[in-house]
Design a binder for this molecule. Structure first.
Ligand SMILES: *Cc1c(COP(=O)(O)O)cnc(C)c1O
Length: 390
């Protein structure tokens, strides 16, 4: 079932999830197989030949992701970075220029600067929320990719996706939106004109901090150098092979079934917490796009259906921020985000350690919260107790 007339929460549970025709099993089985019997040489059943090229559990996840993002095709990978790597291989050639936000995920910046730049690509970063700066940073002859992350990590800046698309398309650049923080439930980048959506499904889509994965969602019509981008990515998924295994695909599918209800609770909890933290004497700033004085608030309200579960806060200085990050109890100190459990992270030495000394460096006074779906009163007690004790 991949009926575009059904609404989001229905498709999250049913798209790509037809019951098993042999047994009637409501949950499609996990296909633990690497190869498929051929009815005579080349007689493939439903196109399946060898699991690097395709596995029915992976197909189910890809069908589901394409439906939720409103794309024509989705491709699932072993991690978010594996998905990004495959996409960039499909687009970049020596001399190509990549323009990315100056606060993108550190691993994305590292992938381009340490893998693709040595192969002859070039990279520059810009405040993607400043459209004049974006216009000035585009190189009409060279820019092939404009990479947008909104809300950004960890300072929660909001970029106007449709406006960046208009600027990038003037020079024929592909606009990639990393939709990991917002998820398709809160934000639909392809609808806003983006060409490709990237996910670390490790985060909200999986949603339970138990499975690594990544995905690309594309439109059939997108071309690169006169060739179909879908065909290039499909070839590289098979030809390079960074695919997701059947168990990983199945766990991600199971997570996605509850995406809508989880995102509602993540957003509600984070809004309540952000409002409660504003004005706390130990905090010098609260970064949450749902707060009316956040510089991207109006844009986020127009572009997203709610404000998500990520909050960052700023404290007086690095040592105080460090102590706060180490003193909460329900908010566990760990990398990653988007799971049902709340996590706290000290970006300058954890998630963003790889960009220290670059233009992406994060102030050491910032602490990031991934707000889970626990009882919001308990979460507030935990944060306020830790702050008051500083
Ligand atoms: C985690 C993350 C990635 C990388 O994904 P992995 O699954 O860890 O490889 C990319 N973008 C964003 C926004 C992320 O949070």
């Amino acid at each position: 079932m991949n009926d575009a007339t059904h609404r989001f929460s229905t498709r999250a549970i049913r798209a790509g999830q037809d019951f098993d025709p042999t047994t009637g099993s409501v949950i499609p089985p996990v296909y633990f197989t690497t190869t498929f019997v051929q009815d005579g040489i080349g007689g493939f059943r439903n196109g399946y030949e060898y699991a690097r090229g395709g596995n029915p559990t992976r197909t189910a996840l890809e069908t589901l992701l394409a439906s939720l993002e409103g794309g024509d095709r989705a491709f699932s990978f072993a991690s978010g970075l594996a998905a990004e790597d495959t996409l960039l291989r499909a687009i970049l050639t020596p001399g190509a220029h990549v323009l990315m936000g100056n606060d993108v995920y550190g691993g994305t910046h590292r992938l381009v600067s340490r893998v693709f730049v040595p192969w002859g690509a070039s990279l520059s970063t810009v405040d993607m929320s400043n459209l004049d700066a974006v216009r000035a940073a585009i190189r009409p002859d060279a820019t092939k990719v404009v990479w947008v992350e909104t809300p950004s990590n960890p300072l929660m800046k909001i970029t106007d996706i449709a406006a960046v698309v208009a600027i990038a398309h003037e020079v024929g650049a592909i606009v990639v939106v990393d939709n990991t923080f917002a998820t398709p439930y809160l934000q639909q980048p392809l609808d806003l004109g983006a060409d490709v959506v990237v996910h670390s499904t490790t985060k909200y889509l999986g949603g339970h901090s138990d499975v690594l994965g990544g995905a690309l969602i594309l439109r059939d019509a997108t071309e690169v150098g006169g060739q179909s981008l879908v065909e290039k990515v499909e070839f590289l998924q098979f030809g390079v092979g960074a695919v997701s295994g059947p168990m990983d695909a199945w766990l991600t599918i199971r997570g996605i079934k509850t995406l809508a209800v989880r995102m509602d609770r993540h957003s509600a909890n984070a809004s309540t917490i952000a409002e409660r933290l504003v004005g706390h004497p130990k905090l010098t700033a609260v970064y949450y796009p749902g707060l009316p004085d956040h510089p991207g608030h109006d844009l986020a309200a127009a572009q997203m259906s709610a404000f998500g579960g990520m909050i960052s806060v700023q404290l007086a200085d690095g040592p105080t921020a460090r102590r706060f990050a180490e003193s909460t109890r329900l908010f566990q100190l760990a990398e990653s985000l988007g799971g049902v459990e709340s996590l706290v992270c000290y970006p300058s030495e954890m998630t963003h350690a790889s960009v220290r000394g670059t233009e992406l460096e994060i102030p050491d006074s910032v602490v990031r919260l991934s707000v889970g779906i626990e009882d919001v009163g308990d979460l507030i007690d935990d944060l306020v107790t830790a702050l008051d004790a500083l």
